[in-house]
Ligand binder design. Structure first.
Ligand code: ADP
Ligand code: MG
Length: 482
């Protein structure tokens, strides 16, 4: 993309709500069961059945609305969106068009450079998910699995306030973080728990009017959102520069080829013949319900990020990183509770070594063999100079392997750093005496030789001497005060 053009991006994100049962039936809302084992007559759209709205889904939608400072609609309703597809046996999807449950709100999106942007959320509405077509189970045939049919979805629609692929994926990430904090979605992208449609257009820099847009459907990773949008911006820019129009259409992102391809022409809401669902009553929400939900709101990611920055003196980047997942933030915070611990060091261990090891082991932080308390104590022992960075790593690896007590590990493996012991002073004196030539040269100005002595001391102590102290003691012993 060159500087003559500006990209405009709006996201529509489908969030599967983590209710026990489906949005209009009592069938279990669960991923991974044998095909069609969780589809009851309502989900199958058999004649004569009636949908009954799941209050838990309403509660979760309201919770989301309050978390983005939105107005919760006192009276919302459901509409039928009519279309034909094998994974939608009723021939219509129950959704909310005219009166969504959540009105306009805002999402604060932190960016990697520490800045944050405010993204307007236009609306969020409840709807049911469709089933799934299975193309790879039988050669030449397509199967239909209706377990997903009727899964409650909250569709969150952003205003076209995003201007780069990075901002768009940061927005998706922040929504992910928010719904995990709220406990309304498991956030498992690989299972389709959150899916992102990206609307992309390009306009000449400085122009007010929006350009024609395309919509990239069903992107299920933060990285792919970025890549799909980047490809699409370039494609549209190339067309406009060549004097060709951008066509309003729905496109699909092919990750293997890293490109978007047309899927179908854009349909307009007229095509769906929306009308109010006659089987469902309006959803009326009173003040008491809203206030009850408000009391369930946890500390939200933005507030926690700011608190981490202030309370623990973390950088914007670290505070954002550590507060993205509630479990990581909890772990970090628990670690800072250990006596004498060091928040900045804990942050570095969590973001570096611990995350790398968890990743390699395919473990979530809840299952970390190194407990938060142990990591906190480890940093306390680095701070009081019992451990060097090298021996700290040994302790960490021992904790990872299953040991629980930092001080016991230090004792059992003799890892305590030598500080001001008479032993260390005597050792240094011996080493200086044993290398008169080098000592002479050092005194004559060959400063580099200090490293030679430090190396000898470290070797003699098996790496357990405190390097800073060794430096000081050596300089004294060599008779060159600073
Ligand atoms: P539709 O009715 O076609 O779904 P909406 O007005 O509901 O259209 O917008 C859908 C999404 O597309 C929203 O996220 C919105 O911000 C985004 N959007 C609308 N116009 C543009 C545009 N010209 N460029 C980029 N995104 C856009
Ligand atoms: Mg739309």
């Amino acid at each position: 993309m060159n500087a003559d053009w500006e990209a405009v991006i709006g996201l529509e994100i489908h969030v599967q709500l983590a209710t026990q049962s489906k949005i209009f039936s009592a069938a279990a809302n669960q991923f991974g069961a044998p095909p069609n084992s969780l589809a009851c007559p309502v989900d199958l759209g058999l004649p004569g059945v009636l949908p009954v709205l799941n209050e838990a889904a309403v509660r979760m939608a309201v919770k989301f609305g309050l978390a983005i400072g939105a107005e919760v609609c006192e009276r919302s309703g459901f509409d039928r969106k009519n279309y034909f597809y094998p994974d939608l046996p009723k021939g219509y999807q129950i959704s909310q068009l005219a009166a969504p449950i959540v009105g306009p709100g805002r999402l604060e999106v932190p960016l990697d450079d520490g800045a944050a942007i405010d993204v307007r959320i236009v609306r969020a509405h409840l709807e049911e998910d469709a089933g799934k077509s299975i193309h790879d189970a039988y050669a030449g045939q397509t199967g239909v699995d209706l377990n997903r049919a009727g899964t409650p979805l909250l569709e969150v629609v952003s205003a076209p306030d995003l201007h780069t692929p990075e901002q768009a994926s940061a927005c998706f990430r922040q929504l992910h973080s928010l719904v995990r904090y709220l406990g309304i979605c498991d956030g498992d992208l690989s299972q389709g728990s959150m899916r992102c449609d990206a609307n992309v257009s390009v306009r000449p820099q400085g122009q007010e009017a929006l350009g024609e847009r395309t919509e990239i459907k069903n992107i299920n990773s933060f990285r792919f959102v970025e890549k799909a949008i980047r490809f699409e911006i370039d494609r549209q820019t190339d067309r406009l520069e060549a004097g060709l129009p951008v066509l309003r259409e729905t496109r699909l992102y092919d990750a293997a080829k890293d490109e978007t391809r047309p899927m179908r022409g854009k349909e307009f809401s007229d095509d769906y013949r929306y009308f109010p669902d006659p089987d469902l009553l309006p959803v009326v929400i009173d003040e008491a319900f809203i206030e009850a939900v408000r009391t369930e709101l946890p500390e939200l990611p933005g507030a926690r990020r700011r608190r981490f920055r202030e309370e623990f003196g973390l950088s914007d980047y670290d505070a954002s990183w550590l507060t993205r997942e509630p479990e990581v933030a909890d772990y970090f915070e628990a670690a800072t509770g250990a006596d004498g611990s060091d928040a900045k060091r804990i942050a570095n261990w969590v973001m570096g070594e611990l995350t790398a090891k968890l990743h390699r082991g395919g473990l979530s932080i809840d299952a970390s063999p190194v407990t938060a308390g142990a990591l906190g104590r480890l940093t306390a022992r680095i701070n009081d100079q019992t451990l060097s960075s090298k021996t700290a790593k040994i302790v960490f690896d021992t904790l990872w392997a299953g040991a629980a007590d930092v001080d016991e590990i230090i004792k059992a493996q003799g890892l305590r750093q030598m500080q001001d012991s008479a032993e260390l002073t005597a050792l240094i004196k011996d080493i200086v005496a044993g290398h008169p030539q080098q000592a002479e040269q050092f005194r004559a100005g060959r400063d580099k030789l200090l490293g030679f002595f430090v190396g000898r001391v470290m070797k003699a102590t098996g790496g357990k001497a405190n390097p800073r102290r060794v430096n000081e003691l050596l300089k004294e012993a060599l008779g060159k005060q600073e």
